[in-house]
Design a protein around this ligand. Structure first.
Ligand code: ZN
Length: 300
């Protein structure tokens, strides 16, 4: 953690990240943001010929769909549910009194209909209930995502952007999609001068049941990650992930293939802040000193 703390301090001193007072929540300085936008544009170019439909959701999912998604079974500790105030004058006065006295004041709040988006592809699946057209669907999404895991590691933010491409179709469709994006992802990071390796991975499933889910996911090689050193060479950070969800979302949200069987889904996610951090770590904090071909790729 020492190394990640040092790197964070350098990023803050260079005004690349602006601390908010909460670990893992930062403002993005001008240069940092430009690099994130450049990485985002690189992904746009990679997928340009695919005919994916571009959709941008605000960084929330509906609570109803969130409940349906199984997220609470797998990652209750990472979720962020939005609460608000719905009382009258009396409750309002009580709330302000508790606030003034430095007492806990949130107990009277009630959950709204929205939950912070946990992954950029989550809002897409519920919109697809029904039968897919032949050939399936492709989407291009990007969103701020929330995960409740405060950390001093700048690569573990609580709010960060994921740029994703999503494929919904037959098992063969999603396999081909994943293989294609594995190649594209490797090509992108090589072009950016980043040292990466691909490894089979698992999601951070919660608890005892979660350990079985994780083992299962690894055994079936459903998740791969492109790992790049940011704070540690021994424990590189996942900057791109390739996920085959099989028929998980097809079953949960009633998405069918034309033959009536549940659709398979897969997504590839590019962590824009993590790619930016890997670039700053690898090429230095001053963008003007980066190799010219990389600056051109990112338009910085
Ligand atoms: Zn996804």
């Amino acid at each position: 953690m020492g190394d990640s703390g040092d790197f964070l301090q350098k990023l803050v001193e260079a005004r690349l990240l602006i601390p908010s007072g909460v670990d893992g929540v930062y403002g993005r300085g001008d240069r940092f943001e430009a690099v994130c936008e450049g990485a985002d544009a690189c992904v746009t170019r990679l997928g340009a010929g695919d005919g994916a439909e571009r959709i941008r959701f605000p960084p929330v999912v509906t609570r109803a769909n969130f409940e349906k998604s199984d997220y609470l079974k797998s990652f209750p500790d990472l979720a962020g549910v939005v609460y608000s105030f719905e009382g009258g004058d009396r409750e309002h006065h009580a709330l302000l009194r508790r606030l003034e006295q430095g007492e806990p004041w949130t107990a009277g709040l009630v959950p709204t209909d929205v939950v912070m988006t946990p992954a950029a592809c989550y809002p897409i699946y519920p919109t697809l209930a029904g039968t897919l057209p032949a050939g399936g669907r492709r989407f291009d999404v990007q969103s701020y995502c929330f995960r409740h895991e405060p950390s001093k590691d700048p690569a573990r933010m609580q709010l960060f952007r994921q740029r994703e491409h999503v494929r919904i179709g037959t098992p063969d469709d999603v396999r081909a999609f994943r293989d294609l994006w594995r190649e594209r992802g490797a090509e992108l990071v090589a072009g950016l001068g980043l040292e990466a390796r691909v490894e089979v991975a698992n999601d951070p499933f919660f608890g005892r049941a979660g350990r079985m889910l994780a083992a299962n996911q690894r055994e079936q090689a459903l998740k791969f990650e492109l790992l790049i050193p940011i704070c540690s060479r021994e424990e590189p950070t996942a900057c791109v992930s390739f996920n085959d969800h099989r028929d998980h979302f097809g079953l949960l949200f009633g998405i069918h293939l034309p033959d009536g069987s549940p659709a398979h889904t897969a997504c590839v996610g590019f962590g824009l802040e993590r790619i930016a951090l890997a670039l700053f770590h690898t090429h230095g904090l001053d963008v003007l000193g980066w190799p010219a071909p990389i600056r051109r790729m990112l338009a910085v």
